[in-house]
Design a protein around this ligand. Structure first.
Ligand code: SF4
Length: 97
């Protein structure tokens, strides 16, 4: 018996055609195991800066929340932030200064 993989429909993924991160290094959005806290903060700041300029940021965040994406930065949200939002909590992020 073969393994059947779910395939996204075009309508579910078409927002990705406008992604600001298209062609970017995915390591900016997915950190390695054992990443130091300082490196992680730097990496997440860089990824969020790209997300902040992305025309599909809301669609990306909504997709990740609906899909229960457990890893990476999607729509400018980290794994932890998505977990908090999924549990009904609120995310506070102080303004950069
Ligand atoms: S919001 Fe961020 S992760 Fe999502 S498509 Fe845009 S740049 Fe990529």
């Amino acid at each position: 018996m073969g393994v059947r993989l779910l395939r996204p429909t075009a309508g579910g993924w078409e927002w990705q055609s406008g992604a600001a991160c298209s062609g970017s290094d995915s390591s900016l959005f997915y950190g390695p195991q054992g990443e130091s806290a300082g490196t992680r903060r730097w990496r997440e700041r860089q990824a969020r800066a790209l997300c902040a300029s992305c025309p599909v940021v809301m669609a990306c965040a909504e997709f990740a929340l609906a899909a229960g994406e457990r890893h990476g930065i999607w729509g400018g949200l980290t794994e932890t932030e998505r977990s908090i939002l999924a549990a009904g909590g609120r995310v506070y992020r102080p303004a950069a200064g």
